[in-house]
Design a protein around this ligand. Structure first.
Ligand code: 218
Length: 184
């Protein structure tokens, strides 16, 4: 049966709140480094419901950071870029949804497509954090680095750690429960 719009939105809100709960687990090192394990629910939801739904769920997840006082806000434009635009872009993982679902229905584990989806969603999200890092966080640059190099080190490291952790957990979850990515 085709899912109703309301069910798709409700699942997206649930995924965003799971992600937000994970964002409260402190995995920060210093001012810039952090592993964002909240990517896990929003990425699984994006594999289940696709690109546009994934964008919406990621957007809500980012908005929750602001509403719940979990955001590092320097200026209005920085908050918009890092907490609405960047988080929404996690939904780019959903561009692989139909390929992933087709393979799961054949009884396969679509590890390569999930890896590519995680790379896309995490990569595009952290490109925005990199850009914001250069524009807004340059004053915190240390180790004698220029703002560009500093932002690349911080956000490149965060993207790699976040992408690796997300991929491993999503792979294990989908292996155990393939129905997570098959919408009912
Ligand atoms: C160089 C630098 N430092 C800090 C930030 C802020 N930043 C980075 C990554 C992720 C997030 C969202 C919350 O986890 C934020 C606010 C930056 N962009 N660049």
């Amino acid at each position: 049966m085709k899912s109703s719009g309301a069910k798709i939105w409700l699942e997206g809100a649930i995924a965003a709140s799971f992600s937000m709960a994970l964002s409260f687990i402190p995995l920060d090192v210093g001012i810039g480094f952090s592993i964002s394990i909240g990517m896990i629910p929003v990425i699984i939801y994006s594999f289940r419901r696709g690109f546009l739904a994934g964008l919406a769920s990621g957007f809500v997840w980012g908005l929750l950071h602001i509403l719940l006082g979990k955001a590092y806000i320097l200026t209005v434009s920085q908050a918009l870029i890092e907490y609405l635009l960047a988080f929404a872009c996690a939904g780019f993982a959903g561009l692989y949804a139909s390929k992933i679902q087709a393979l799961v229905k054949e009884g396969k584990t679509p590890w390569l497509q999930m890896l590519l989806g995680v790379i896309l969603g995490t990569g595009i999200r952290y490109i925005w954090h990199f850009i914001a890092g250069v524009i807004f966080w340059g004053q915190y640059a240390t180790w004698g680095l220029s703002p560009v190099a500093y932002s690349l080190v911080i956000n490149g490291t965060n993207a790699l750690l976040t992408g690796a952790a997300t991929f491993i957990v999503v792979l294990l979850l989908v292996k155990k429960s393939p129905n997570l990515v098959l919408p009912k």
